[in-house]
Ligand binder design. Structure first.
Ligand SMILES: [Zn+2]
Length: 625
């Protein structure tokens, strides 16, 4: 249906979808701005002003008026546990975005009442006590009061988990349960577990406890994944690079997402990595994979991108910043075998490493293999996290052709990091500017869903402002990015990690038609409003996968969330609040201004003998209405 100013063109070249009247940020230096995009066969077929697009609007072209809003390339989270997150999404009560503990506990109370016997209430990451106005965790008594009979498991980052009494019973923790290696079951004077579990510093205790809760059947897992991908689309996300994770075994736990890909029902492009699950048997897994599957297997929607983020368990340095940095044992010999195997078979990898102490040891192994000509061998590889990476290590990464993927874990853990390592260390954690100055490929992401929130705008806000969710400024001035730089990390950065920079991350002719039209203009809103941005129209491969506000209803409806007691059916996912420029201090100021203005107006009108507004139907003076 043609709209004003755009007339039908010749049918053979006509577009499937046109987005017009937009402020398009193309991220293409040759044509940085445009107002219209035409899309055909899932690719961008034209970029220009509305008038330029006229010839490709045919009788069957769907034309969407963006109402002057900002359009950007679809976002790409370069480190998201999206496949595992999808399998569990509808089971979880998400505290992402919840501004007060009071509200969080109210949600918990309602959900506990709705949860059938045998099931648990799970709050699994995406929040931290720093985001609450109360600045604290719930107490165990508060959990028991909110849920006297329903097991409740609350994960706080990878630092701790809180279990109410019913969950302690359901998980079978007693005074006789021994502490696992790297974990602590906190006990009272009577020797009984209190309900507090601590990662000291390993998180295995936390997620192995979570694994005792019932999971979903296949039909519900499918629905759960679809609803999670839509939730990501809500924020303009169109791609993610999956980082696998604990209890995410290949191929067992990939069937759901592979079936969705086969049926063309993914609404997010996913590149995934393979992560050996069992300590001591990592080489068995890697050996099996390098001989049965290959990086690049799949298609533009779902494809294998290499190994990681763990290659061997012994090399993983858990990032519980409330605990001392873990001392890793001698992991190098197994680790070298793993990396050698991958390189010899043409596999790239990603590698979890939080601390420079770990990164230096990893680099020594890579340099040894480089001396044999095995590294980088044309394979893409990268470090994940790298909060405390040193300038010297960055030089070594650059020399070996590596990349870095950074996440806003300090949005949620910034207070703990500052308490242990001090503000000067936090100012460079991670040193994003130093990475960019070396010409390294840097990609942005969240590390959701069990630590950070999956909301990309919280991560973009952290990159731009350097602030944690507590409001504390962490990053040094020089280590903050411009909005365009931050967006580059979140679009082209991820595309480079999967070798897709020619087709993703820019709005150019021939690129994938992955676009987000934003409810508020990322480039001009006050900085504090950035975490409150949502997409009003998300397009992936030319398909509308999310529509809100004026574009509500443009995306096909999904089947309802199942099971019916799911927290998602009641609360949804991220709990949006109004942007600060519209609320809080600003709103109070506006009310005060409005009151002052109306008092002034009243006095002015009275002085001139004019009727006051609302009195006797006198026409309002247009200067004051
Ligand atoms: Zn990691």
């Amino acid at each position: 249906m043609p709209v004003a100013g755009i007339r039908p063109g010749t049918p053979d070249q006509s577009a499937d979808l046109v987005i017009r009247n937009a402020k398009v940020y193309t991220n293409d230096p040759r044509r940085p701005r445009a107002t219209a995009l035409a899309i055909r066969d899932g690719l961008i077929s034209a970029v220009g002003d509305d008038a330029d697009i006229v010839p490709v609007v045919g009788p069957a072209t769907r034309v969407v008026d963006a109402l002057g809003r900002r359009a950007v390339p679809g976002l790409n989270d370069a480190h998201l546990h999206v496949i595992r997150g999808g399998l569990n999404y509808v089971l979880e009560l998400r505290w992402d975005g919840v501004p007060t503990l009071r509200q969080a506990l109210a949600m918990l109370r309602v959900q506990a009442e709705a949860t059938p016997p045998g099931q648990w209430v799970r709050v699994v990451g995406g929040w931290s006590a720093d985001q609450f106005a109360e600045r604290r965790l719930p107490t165990l008594d508060e959990l028991d009061a909110a849920a006297p009979d329903t097991p409740v498991f609350v994960l706080h980052l990878y630092q701790s988990a809180l279990l109410n009494r019913a969950a302690l019973r359901a998980a079978g923790f007693t005074r006789d349960t021994p502490d696992p290696v790297g974990g602590q079951i906190v006990r009272g004077h009577d020797g009984e577990p209190t309900g507090l579990l601590i990662a000291a510093p390993g998180a295995l205790l936390l997620y192995s406890t979570l694994a005792k809760a019932p999971t979903l059947d296949e039909a519900d897992r499918t629905g759960s994944t679809r609803h999670f991908l839509r939730e990501l689309n809500r924020f303009g996300l169109t791609s993610a690079i999956d980082a696998a994770g604990g209890f995410q075994s290949f191929p067992e736990n990939y069937g759901t997402v592979m079936d969705l890909a086969r049926r063309g029902e993914l609404t997010l492009r996913i590149a995934y990595h393979l992560f050996p699950q069992t300590a001591g048997q990592e080489l068995d897994d890697l050996n099996r994979w390098v001989t049965t599957v290959r990086p690049g297997d799949g298609d533009a929607w779902l494809r294998l991108n290499g190994a990681g983020e763990n290659l061997t368990w012994a090399a993983a340095d858990f990032e519980n910043f409330t605990e001392p940095r873990p001392h890793l044992g001698a992991y190098e010999s197994e680790f070298e075998k793993a990396v050698r195997l991958l390189m010899e078979h043409g596999w790239g990898f990603r590698l979890h490493a939080s601390y420079d102490e770990t990164i230096r040891r990893d680099l020594a192994v890579f340099e040894k293999l480089a001396a044999e000509g095995l590294f980088p061998h044309g394979n893409r590889w990268l470090f994940d996290h790298a909060e405390t990476v040193s300038p010297d290590s960055l030089d070594r990464i650059a020399a070996l052709g590596g990349a870095v993927s950074v996440q806003n874990r300090l949005s949620f853990q910034g207070e703990a990091f500052v308490a242990r390592y001090g503000a000067p260390a936090a100012a460079e954690a991670p040193p994003v500017r130093a990475m960019l100055n070396r010409g390294l490929t840097v990609a942005g992401g969240t590390d959701a869903t069990r630590v950070s929130s999956y909301n990309p705008w919280v991560a973009l806000h952290w990159l731009v402002s350097g602030r944690a969710v507590s409001g504390r400024r962490l990053a040094a001035e020089h280590n903050r990015l411009s909005r365009a730089e931050a967006l580059e990390l979140y679009t082209l950065g991820g595309a480079r990690l999967t070798g897709e920079e020619e087709v993703k991350g820019r709005l150019t002719v021939g690129s994938y038609a992955d676009v987000a039209v934003l409810g508020a203009d990322y480039f001009t809103v006050p900085e504090a409003d950035i975490p409150h941005i949502e997409s009003v129209l998300t397009v992936v491969g030319g398909r509308i996968v999310h529509g809100a506000q004026e574009h509500q209803g443009l995306a096909p409806e999904l089947p309802a969330v199942t099971p019916s007691w799911s927290p998602v059916s009641r609360f949804g996912g991220y709990q949006a609040t109004s942007a600060p420029s519209l609320t809080g201090v600003h709103q109070a100021e506006r009310v005060a201004e409005a009151v002052a203005a109306s008092d002034e107006q009243r006095a002015w009108r009275q002085a001139r003998g004019l009727a006051l507004p609302g009195q006797g139907g006198a026409p309002l003076d247009p200067c004051f209405s």
